[in-house]
Design a protein around this ligand. Structure first.
Ligand SMILES: [Zn+2]
Length: 488
């Protein structure tokens, strides 16, 4: 049997376990009865161990070696690359560190929730110390060339390095600070009465469904539910699920979350079916994934053309009279604020730059956990001119660190920037504005499929960007987008 067939025969079991784990993960966030979490946790842990064993099995390793020698096509090389990455992770990190991480994270999640509720960082600080320590060790085991943070970044964005991201934020943040000052002093709206407009959840759900229909949601293979925080779960190529949220007012939040998750889902769904049941089926990295969600959320749904398209639909389903102009400004308020998840597209990247600096410093030891609250507040004031009144609106706001994740945040800014690059490139081929205004999203989906989605994970993110967009992430594209959009 040829190397590829052997590898895929073993991988089929991993694929099936991944499918089961994803379905279980989706259910845990949507329909699982509250009291079932403990039993569910044990099932997940058994399945994870089975998967890990398959990855490091001698069978797979010898088949992979054989494939490595004979691999000629991009697909075969991609399969080898993706498998090698996962195997490296499972073999480099010793089992006792994994066990320790599981234990710390279990306790840290609870401590973080309590600390956040009581706005008391000191309740979470000892756990964060341990999480930083675990991540430092992980970096040592995984190895890096230049900075220990590189090893962690690579887990979420293959090939990303500290040095590259430093230069990325150096080209992005200072000009963006100037843009923000300009926008704020120009009298651009910072708030809007529609933020207070109430809706009935039933109506909002119908509106979300109608918009998904128009965007091209495939109801035969996709579904939408609700959860505490919106997310997408690509269970398989033929089962992709999204969730959204409802707040009873400020319909923009529910709608934009729905459209954001649609972008993630479409990326998963439009992978070349030839890659089905292989390790290269699905999105290549978190940054590229986020570029797809941000493209639909920011570039499409926050455009003037979309506001025109949306105005009659909002009136029909929510009974809210809002002119295209109303909707455009309501969707594009620029308001320096405390919370990352509520930030607009102009101020968003400052929140990420702050987290990047902090994570890098924690990992290389130049920042200590105990300094975080004051450092956080000081940087928020410098970047955005706002100071959190307490730690729950400051350093404790995100769940990521409590889950042990360090190196994740920068992928949000990579995605935001790449989305603007996609717009630039797409406009050379399509009359984007006209298509959006008419609600013709087919050519847009097709463009994304052809350039980005169909390739799955066969190329590393930077290589994919080079092939599909000529390079990147390129902060200049995002800055141009901001300069063009936010002017009266
Ligand atoms: Zn996202």
């Amino acid at each position: 049997m040829a190397g590829l067939e052997k590898v895929l025969e073993i991988y089929e079991q991993i694929w099936a376990l991944n499918y089961a784990l994803a379905l279980i993960g989706w259910d845990s966030e949507t329909y699982m009865p509250e009291g079932s979490a403990k039993e569910r946790g044990e099932v997940t842990s058994v399945l994870e161990t089975m998967k890990q064993r398959l990855y490091i099995s001698q069978n797979l390793l010898s088949a992979l070696e054989e494939l490595e020698e004979s691999a000629e096509s991009d697909v075969e090389k991609g399969i080898v690359r993706v498998l090698r990455r996962t195997i490296k992770y499972y073999t480099a990190i010793p089992a006792d560190l994994v066990k320790k991480e599981e234990k710390v994270v279990n306790e840290a999640k609870i401590a973080w929730r309590r600390a956040k509720k009581e706005a008391n960082f000191s309740l979470f600080a000892p756990y964060l110390e341990e999480i930083v320590e675990i991540n430092r060790k992980k970096a040592e085991y995984l190895g890096y060339e230049d900075h220990p943070y590189d090893a962690l970044l690579d887990l979420y964005e293959e090939g990303a390095t500290t040095r590259e991201l430093e230069s990325f934020f150096d080209s992005l943040i200072p000009p963006l600070e100037r843009e923000l000052k300009r926008i704020l002093s120009s009298g651009w709206p910072q708030d809007h009465p529609l933020e207070e407009a109430p809706y009935r959840e039933m109506d909002m759900e119908t509106l979300n469904r109608e918009i998904l229909n128009l965007l091209g949601f495939d109801w035969g293979l996709m579904r939408i539910d609700r959860s505490a925080h919106p997310f997408t779960e690509g269970i398989g190529l033929y089962d992709v699920r999204i969730t959204t949220w409802y707040h009873g007012k400020d319909f923009r939040r529910s709608l934009l979350a729905t459209i954001h998750e649609f972008g993630h889902a479409l990326y998963e769904r439009q992978c070349d079916p030839k890659f089905w049941k292989t390790p290269v089926c699905g999105g290549v990295s978190l940054g590229i994934h986020e570029s797809q969600s941000r493209f639909w959320e920011n570039i499409i749904a926050r455009s003037r053309a979309f506001a025109s398209f949306l105005s009659p639909i909002v009136k029909h389903h929510l009974g809210i009279e809002a002119s295209p102009d109303d909707l455009f400004y309501y969707f594009n308020l620029v308001r320096p604020s405390l919370l990352r998840v509520e930030a607009d597209e102009v101020t968003y990247n400052f929140h990420i730059a702050l987290r990047f600096e902090i994570e890098k410093g924690l990992i290389d030891g130049s920042i200590e956990v105990k300094e975080l609250p004051s450092l956080w507040n000081q940087r928020m004031e410098e970047y955005l001119g706002v100071v959190p009144p307490d730690d729950s609106l400051g350093v404790l706001q995100d769940i990521h660190w409590s889950l042990g994740a360090m190196g994740y945040f920068p992928t949000y800014s990579i995605g935001t920037v790449v989305a603007a690059q996609i717009k630039e490139k797409m406009e050379k081929d399509l009359d984007l504005e006209n298509l959006i205004e008419k609600g013709e999203f087919g050519p847009i989906r097709e463009w994304l499929r052809e350039r980005i989605h169909r390739w799955g994970a066969i190329y590393p993110p930077k290589e994919l960007l080079r092939r599909s967009l000529g390079g990147g992430p390129d902060p200049e594209a995002f800055l141009n987008y901001v300069r063009g959009k936010y002017k009266w």
